[in-house]
Design a protein around this ligand. Structure first.
Ligand code: ZN
Ligand code: ZN
Length: 480
């Protein structure tokens, strides 16, 4: 038995679309009847409920469904912690920090002593010496423009002095990943020639315990502050802030931004950073497969058992966004690069599905990730979220023909359009497979509220892998 896990990022939502007009547009009579029956008592539908999605509904109809809390009630998951949880790794123990995961996903080797952040191109405005964040994603700047701008900030030298006026040199490198996204890495300048083993503890060290500049909000721009009273945290915050100022200086006058302003578009004149994290030890290749120790915002991490050891399953990931590839690499999964896979609406859905299905020939477990449902949630665009779900639905049609495969379809968290942010709401989940393995329930429309009557009941993401292992008869016996 093989396992295909399909994740629609941020799929969960709240009722927002008017049922009347949705039903009016449903052409298929059978579908219309089903939707009328399921949503009889509601006036508003969520994007998932409203989506015309015959394939996903079939998976639900031929499968078992339920509602899952990604971490636990009352915890708002990030994508990173949500997926760790879904793969069966307790995020409270194994979360390493966004920066490291994002860097791993982008294929950047982070060495011990280096500090990595998730970074966004953004738009800032200045009024009377105060900085304001106007847009956190610089109007979702195009890949090409972002790539070009990134070249200008790929290698900056920053010098700061400590309290005793001693000078320290650092190097800040911005690596572009997809559209407005990237990774910022800060390293000590003079360590470059020295071996990692010998030179790391020399002089001042970088420290991930500084505040995020990106707080997922627009408004006042707040520079980074140390989160503990230590020289290293103070110096690190200083370096980060100097670096941001320098980046702003460089980007502000760049031709691309002048052109964007002329066209009435938002300039990408600064970057926002979050999730600063460091790695303590790596194996020789600088990868993390062998169970390294990590240092993220949550302090020292613990050694991690790779997915293939934990479940004795060879696993692969098909995703567009760096973070998802990063989580996969962190857990020792192989990442399959797919041409045309982006982390946006424009992603090549068919190419990704094809790659995932191909991978099932060589792997026991395939993680297939779609991002744009979350993007639409953050943009507050329920129509677009619904449309993207419908696109995914069309693309995954071949999945229904799979033999000897368990398909899990769910999300890492909810991103309600009305909140434009992640929420603590549980997410719908379905598990599909051969009829003699799955105890089908009688849910025929996949939605946040229909699945509450499903056979899985309410679970947590931590239960998903154990449930699947049970289905494929790999669960361990307890007792005699
Ligand atoms: Zn997510
Ligand atoms: Zn999100």
């Amino acid at each position: 038995m093989k396992i295909l896990l399909i994740a629609l990022d941020g799929l969960g939502d709240r009722p927002i679309l008017e049922k009347k007009s949705i039903l009016k547009n449903l052409k298929n009579k059978e579908n219309k009847r089903k939707y009328e029956e399921n949503f009889r008592d509601f006036e508003l539908l969520t994007p998932l409920e409203a989506a015309n999605k015959e394939n996903i509904d079939r998976l639900a109809e031929e499968g078992i469904t339920g509602l899952s809390y990604p971490i636990q009630p009352g915890i708002v998951p990030g994508s990173d912690t949500g997926f760790l949880s879904l793969f069966g790794y307790d995020p409270f123990r194994f979360y390493v920090g966004r920066g490291i995961l994002e860097a791993l996903g982008a294929g950047i080797q982070i060495k011990p002593g280096e500090l990595a952040f998730r970074a966004n191109f953004c738009t800032i405005e200045k009024k009377n010496n105060e900085w304001f964040i106007k847009d956190r994603r610089a109007g979702r700047i195009s890949n090409e423009e972002a790539k070009e701008l990134a070249k200008q900030i790929s290698n900056l030298e920053i010098e700061v002095s400590d309290e005793k006026k001693r000078k320290h040199k650092f190097e800040c490198s911005f690596y572009h990943t997809k559209s407005h996204r990237g990774v910022l890495v800060i390293r000590k300048k003079d360590l470059k020639e020295k071996t990692v083993e010998k030179g790391m503890k020399e002089g001042i060290e970088l420290n991930p315990l500084i505040s995020d500049i990106d707080k997922h909000e627009t408004g006042k721009f707040e520079f980074s502050k140390p989160l503990e009273e230590s020289e290293s945290a103070e110096i690190t915050a200083k370096v980060v802030n100097e670096c941001i100022r320098k980046i702003n200086e460089i980007l502000e006058n760049h031709a691309i931004n002048k052109e964007r302003k002329k066209k009435g578009l938002l300039p990408a004149n600064c970057i926002l950073i979050r999730g600063g994290s460091m790695i303590e030890k790596t194996n020789k290749e600088g990868t993390v497969k062998e169970g390294a120790d990590y240092r993220g915002l949550y302090g020292w991490g613990v050694s991690i058992k790779p997915f293939y050891e934990k479940y004795e399953m060879k696993a692969a990931c098909v995703a567009g966004g760096a973070l998802y590839k990063g989580v996969a690499r962190y857990l020792g999964m192989d990442v399959i690069e797919v041409k045309g896979a982006t982390a946006g609406y424009d992603t090549d859905l068919n190419a990704k599905v094809k790659a995932a299905l191909n991978a099932l020939n060589n792997y026991d477990f395939v993680f297939l990730h779609f991002k744009a449902t979350d993007v639409a949630g953050h943009d507050g665009d329920a129509e677009k979220k619904k449309e993207f779900i419908e696109k995914v639905d069309k693309a995954i049609a071949p999945v229904l023909k799979l033999k000897d495969t368990i398909v899990v379809l769910t999300a890492d968290h909810s991103t309600p359009c009305i909140m434009k942010a992640h929420s603590a709401d549980p997410v719908p989940i379905l598990i599909w497979g051969p009829e003699d393995r799955i105890r089908r329930d009688n849910i025929n429309v996949f939605g946040e509220r229909t699945v509450t009557r499903g056979g899985l009941g309410q679970i947590r993401h931590a239960d998903v892998m154990p449930i699947v292992l049970g289905i494929i008869e790999k669960a361990k016996m307890f007792g005699t």
